[in-house]
Design a protein around this ligand. Sequence first.
Ligand code: NAI
Ligand code: MG
Length: 499
Amino acid sequence: MSSTLDDQSVYPISAEAARQLARPLFGHVIDGAVVPSLDGSTMAVIDPATERHVATAAAGSAVDAERAARSARAAFDDGRWRFLPPLEKERRMRRLASLLAERADVFAEIDVIDSGLPRFYEGFIVQFAVDGIDYYAGWPSKLAGAIPAVPSDLVVYQHREPIGAIGLITPWNGPTAVFAAVAAAISAGNSVVLKPAEQTPMSAVLMAELALEAGIPPGVFNVVQGVGEVVGAALVTSANIDAVSFTGSVATGSAIQAAAAARVKRVSLELGGKSPFIVFPDADLEAAAAAAMAGVWGASGQVCTAGSRLLVHRSVHDTLVSMIIDGSRDIQLGSGFDPSSQLGPLVSAEQLERVRRYVGYGRDEGAELVLGGERHGDVGYFHQPTVFTSVRNDMRIAREEIFGPVMSVLEFGSEEEAIAIANDTEYGLAAGVWTNDLGLAHRTSRALRAGTVWVNTYQMVYPTVPYGGVKNSGHGRSLGAASLDDFTEIKSVWMKVGG
Ligand code: NAI
Ligand code: MG
């Protein structure tokens, strides 16, 4: 493993991205204006590849969160967005998708600096957002109610209505991707307060400004910056927020659901996983090895669907592990802007520390470290791609989400054993199955308790396909038409017509 990180004082970015980065403050966006915290508090924006303080963001208080919530509430209540004709909403949302496509580089470059993710990876993230907005732009004219069958002296019709003001609380891994969720919420006529992760505050401001430029009225898409325990928590309990959509850790998701219960508030949760990646003996091992590496080294493992538990049949274990070690040994770690770097840093010093702690647990619990295991370099939060074999499913590195470049390899001897190990987890977000046996593929897909199963591929997403978890991976679905269920209510209107 070699480092390609230079001491860059100037980023190789577009003039527009440089202009954005030079903003004095990445503030809150409330009722269409970018504003500082009421008390003036700020927080540093750190580039995780260089540990440099590159920009400053507002650090909100509960008062700022409430200002944003009131703005979303007012925009909803006066109907400035939800009562626009459906085709007009669609036109403006399509404009938003086009504007983002035009400025894809700016968003990708800002996210690379904020999150450390490689530039090529950010290309996919921004394209995902463009696709998501384009997809949801088609929904305002298609969301329709229903007329249920009732006795003949009555007419009943159902409206499908927006919920109101939605609090959207999001993590750091692919900041601009969140734009797809904002699009889903507003396509149904809701307004939004986005609370981006405090590690990656920058692109949220650009997103809200882009929405204004596209003609989404002020107040429909607000942003509040700050730490989760302060501004996130304030949104969850605010009387002006009708529902919360959260992506992040199980602990925080569970706390949010408990806090939201006080106001009987709807919550949807996407809480990560410990996804099994199951390789049966007849699988195409080369394809499986490549996907296994991409599935856990991608974004340095900071992906909810990371295939962090590799379950391999005993008969192909040694071959597959050798292929993975050979393919991973020379991975280049470095700045997201260096075209030769394949793996970026973790998002923060805290996250690097977490990964190091888990590598320690793996060693202490008797797993065999066969690749990596160390921090990479002295500057930036880089960690080597790390592989443990001889992992038992009761070890912490098999049970807990690490959110780093750590692969835990477990062996199995039969189909039943593979499924038993795969399902023996508190999580249920995703799973991968590698086999050319059609019956085995279908049986396994049915038996796995997960929101998504990928067969002979991994980590595919498309805006039409629902995405979400079972068990402690949460509830509710993002993407697809299913996401609109999380963002709408049904109202039934009864009328007595006689006869
Ligand atoms: P987190 O779940 O605490 O934070 C996610 C978002 O929730 C952030 O915007 C944060 O500001 C906000 N938040 C935090 N506490 C809150 C509260 N009490 N009320 C409302 N909002 C709150 O995750 P964190 O602390 O960034 O990372 C800790 C671990 O969680 C990671 O190491 C990783 O294992 C896991 N994680 C998993 C993610 C996933 O998508 N699966 C995403 C982020 C973190
Ligand atoms: Mg936290």
